[in-house]
Design a protein around this ligand. Structure first.
Ligand SMILES: Cc1cc2nc3c(=O)[nH]c(=O)nc-3n(C[C@H](O)[C@H](O)[C@H](O)COP(=O)(O)OP(=O)(O)OC[C@H]3O[C@@H](n4cnc5c(N)ncnc54)[C@H](O)[C@@H]3O)c2cc1C
Length: 381
């Protein structure tokens, strides 16, 4: 067993960290305040290979692996969770769905553009009345000659108003639940398809999130991924990677909370002492530090298993569950340390507070992760 990162991974971490210090952290507050979607920054990230590590070279990847991808997620999550939301669309569920389930033509057509950041991806599952209950999706895809006609609407979709290419899940057999679902590639500009960004969100405001409405949208039959009725299996196939990815981002925002708390506890003085001197503050700091370290081990293990091509579904679920809940606790800890200054825009804690809850909801809520972990432990798979 070796807990050291390979020199190559250290280099990736340092490169992303430097990029964030120069190109992300100085702008993170302003992007959030003014709901700026930093398209050019995402393009630069693509150009630097930040999305490429899990993918084969033939599609523009670098084959550096999933742990490399998680290290990118951690560093970006630490600098700006809003910006880091793009990761899942550029290197997680969206392109992984294509890589694992697409045919050769689909992979060659879309993967290089998504991975390079030239095309923005999206992954549209959630609907106004179907979120955790994925099989309850109501969007319909009815076959009509060489096309499918899509009608319905998606809600809370990352990149809803800016995406170039995406995966949309719809019912080809509305009489069925799981077995009626199919997966389609959708492209910007398809007549009848409208993407709208939700404005004034609580957090991750620099991420474009919102609705996509389908009104008689004609999707060519070549855009079906796999076969009709395989949609649920296809959605699940990429989720293991999506969960590890969000676990990496959770680790990053948790670390940002630790960074902020340590800095403030070393600066602020009361009763003639740095506030880090007080034992009750030390307890908060110790809990945060220990939990974020534990998260890092769980998250890196899940990614390492993926790199070994070993089963990692349960480990990714545990990592996502633990790291996201630990991140919430760490942000609350940082807020306690900052006291009234949590409310000041001079410090990053308010932004972390607004952003962090997404980590426990996206890619399956903590309740659902708990159910999976418990069912696996009980042998009720
Ligand atoms: C910023 C942002 C970006 C997002 N991006 C995307 C995206 O790109 N693509 C996409 O498809 N979706 C996206 N989502 C949606 C996100 O994945 C869903 O919010 C998430 O799946 C949870 O759905 P819900 O919040 O509507 O919860 P619901 O399903 O309505 O559940 C509400 C509560 O009930 C609990 N619950 C529900 N069913 C059960 C059960 N059987 N047992 C126990 N508890 C249960 C849940 O855990 C939750 O606590 C995004 C959301 C946000 C906020």
């Amino acid at each position: 067993m070796d807990f050291q990162l390979e020199p190559e991974l250290v280099q990736i971490r340092d490169t992303v960290r430097k990029f964030c210090e120069k190109e992300v952290t100085p702008f993170a507050e302003e992007w959030e305040k003014n709901e700026v979607f930093p398209r050019e920054t995402i393009r630069k990230m693509g150009g630097l290979g930040f999305f490429a590590s899990p993918f084969p070279e033939q599609y523009g990847g670098t084959e550096l692996g999933f742990l490399a991808n998680i290290i990118v997620a951690e560093e970006l999550g630490r600098a700006s969770l809003g910006l880091a939301c793009c990761l899942n669309m550029q290197s997680g569920t969206c392109p992984m769905t294509l890589l694992l389930n697409g045919n050769e033509e689909q992979k060659e057509k879309y993967l290089p553009g998504i991975i390079s950041g030239e095309l923005l991806g999206c992954f549209a599952v959630t609907e106004p009345n179907a979120a955790t209950d994925v099989a309850g999706i109501a969007t319909k895809a009815i076959k009509d000659g060489d096309h499918y006609i899509l009608n319905g609407s998606k809600m809370w979709i990352t990149h809803s108003s800016v995406f170039d290419v995406g995966i949309c899940f719809a019912k080809t057999d509305p009489s069925q639940r799981h077995k009626g679902l199919s997966a389609f590639i959708i492209e910007k500009g398809m007549p009848g398809m409208t993407g709208m960004a939700e404005k004034n969100k609580l957090g991750v405001r620099s991420s474009d999130t919102g609705q996509i409405v389908f009104e008689d949208v004609r999707v060519p039959k070549e855009n079906l991924i796999g076969e009709e009725g395989q949609g649920f299996k296809i959605a699940e196939s990429a989720l293991t990677y999506g969960r590890a990815n969000i676990a990496g981002r959770s680790l990053g925002i948790g670390q940002a909370a630790v960074d902020a708390a340590l800095k403030y506890a070393n600066e602020r003085e009361q009763f003639g002492q740095k506030i880090g001197f007080f034992q009750m503050n030390k307890q908060i700091i110790a809990d945060m530090v220990a939990e974020i370290e534990a998260s890092r081990l769980l998250v890196y293990r899940a990614a390492w298993l993926q790199d070994q091509k070993r089963p990692s579904s349960n480990e990714s679920t545990i990592a996502k569950f633990y790291a996201s809940e630990a991140a919430v606790r760490a942000v609350i800890g940082a807020a306690k340390i900052h006291g009234a200054y949590t409310y000041s825009s001079e410090y990053p804690v308010a932004r972390l507070y607004r952003d962090v809850m997404l980590m426990t909801a996206g890619e399956g809520t903590s309740n659902i992760q708990r159910l999976i972990i418990a069912n696996n432990a009980l042998g009720w798979k």
